[in-house]
Design a protein around this ligand. Structure first.
Ligand SMILES: Nc1ncnc2c1ncn2[C@@H]1O[C@H](COP(=O)(O)OP(=O)(O)OP(=O)(O)O)[C@@H](O)[C@H]1O
Length: 357
């Protein structure tokens, strides 16, 4: 939070900033449990000077128990932007009453108006309804009960597991088609859509995790374990099928992840992401460079894979290359050439053994 201007901070960053496990959240949870209600503003003294009236100048480091004690008084508590100092307690806030507010109670109306007027983060803890509402500029977010989020996050992990299985089947079928030289643009698009689905669920999970803080540690571990290999495979698929070899697969994956936050993507979008512009007949064949398959060959360094792709351009030519032809590639001697040859044969057999009909 410190390094950024207050106005640049998004709700998800705020959620992380005050997730369970942070001192600020511990203080707010105390206020919630004590049933006193609270109105907390995070901003500089200058930012709030024209709005706050009266109150006590506290100027002490933040601690969850101080917040709880001070919330017993009426009025607002002002913290510094980083939330690690208590500046004022028992302040009366008088934001511009002309600023529209959709809230009914005075505490919440004030919170919304102060946030809109100053751009500061304002936290309203309701005394009667047992909810915490965050206001930042014109954004509003009601914090959900941790139990509810945990349940949602667990459901999302299960969904992620299911989609991962579908994706793995899709990828292994793609492998068979690659060796049969039968891959069409449609096959690649199907796999890319499956990757998109997995990334969509990952995004949903990340939102829950930022709100869960330390409570989400186990779920984060599960998510990372499920995704680690998949993201690498996805990158290799992009390297295999992107139109330009220069296209950074990592950047393309990040972009896909970004785009997957919205509606399901159209085929044309994905084609553009892979660097194809203009009309493409999606029933036509397309041939992979071979990065993904070659990465499965044991003990084959990335530089050798690069040299192989550079020399043969596509997997179909590498797969039928003779030992002598492989031997000519920089970094490959006869022993390694035999290993590549044998490795590719075994990988092909494995793909066929795992075939999903
Ligand atoms: N302008 C203000 N400045 C500081 N504190 C305020 C202001 N308006 C309201 N409050 C605080 O909010 C308390 C509750 O007000 P009110 O019941 O109208 O709010 P509310 O939005 O309905 O909140 P709750 O859900 O907690 O009842 C007041 O007793 C006061 O401590």
């Amino acid at each position: 939070m410190e390094s950024k201007k207050q106005s640049d901070i998004t709700i998800s960053e705020i959620l992380r900033f005050m997730a369970p496990g942070t001192p600020l959240r511990a203080g707010i949870d105390n206020v919630l449990r004590a049933n006193t209600g609270g109105l907390i503003v995070l901003c500089s003294k200058e930012q709030i000077a024209s709005i706050v009236d009266g109150g006590f100048q506290i100027n002490c480091p933040f601690s969850p128990s101080y917040l709880y004690e001070l919330a017993k008084m009426d009025g607002a508590i002002i913290l510094n932007q980083e939330g690690n100092k208590i500046l004022i307690a028992n302040g009366q806030l008088a934001p511009d009453s002309g600023i529209p507010s959709s809230e009914t109670g005075m505490r919440h109306r004030t919170a919304e108006r102060v946030a809109k007027q100053t751009g500061a983060l304002v936290i309203a803890v309701s005394q009667r309804r047992n909810v915490i509402t965050l206001y930042k500029g014109s954004s509003r977010y009601a914090l959900k009960d941790i139990g509810v989020i945990l349940t949602k996050a667990n459901v999302a992990v299960q969904t992620l597991e299911k989609y991962k299985v579908v994706l793995e089947q899709g990828i292994s079928n793609l492998g068979i088609l690659e060796f049969e030289e039968q891959v069409t643009y449609n096959d690649v698009l199907n796999v890319m859509h499956n990757i998109e689905m997995v990334l969509k669920i990952k995004n949903e999970l990340l939102t829950y995790l930022s709100e869960l803080g330390t409570e989400g540690r186990l779920i984060r571990l599960q998510m990372n374990e499920l995704l680690v290999e998949m993201e690498r495979e996805a990158e290799l698929i992009i390297m295999d099928y992107s139109h330009s070899k220069e296209l950074s697969s990592k950047a393309a994956l990040v972009r896909l992840e970004e785009l997957s936050k919205g509606e399901m993507l159209e085929d044309s979008f994905i084609m553009k992401l892979l660097g194809y512009h203009g009309y493409i007949h999606t029933e036509e064949f397309i041939f992979p460079r071979g990065y993904r398959v070659l990465h499965k060959v044991p003990r084959l360094p990335p530089i050798i894979i690069e040299n192989l792709v550079e020399r043969f351009q596509e997997l179909r030519y590498i797969a039928v290359a003779s030992i002598e032809e492989l031997d000519e590639v920089e970094g490959i001697g006869e022993v390694r050439a035999r290993k590549i040859n044998e490795g590719l044969r075994l990988i092909q057999e494995q793909f066929f053994a795992d075939r999903h009909l």
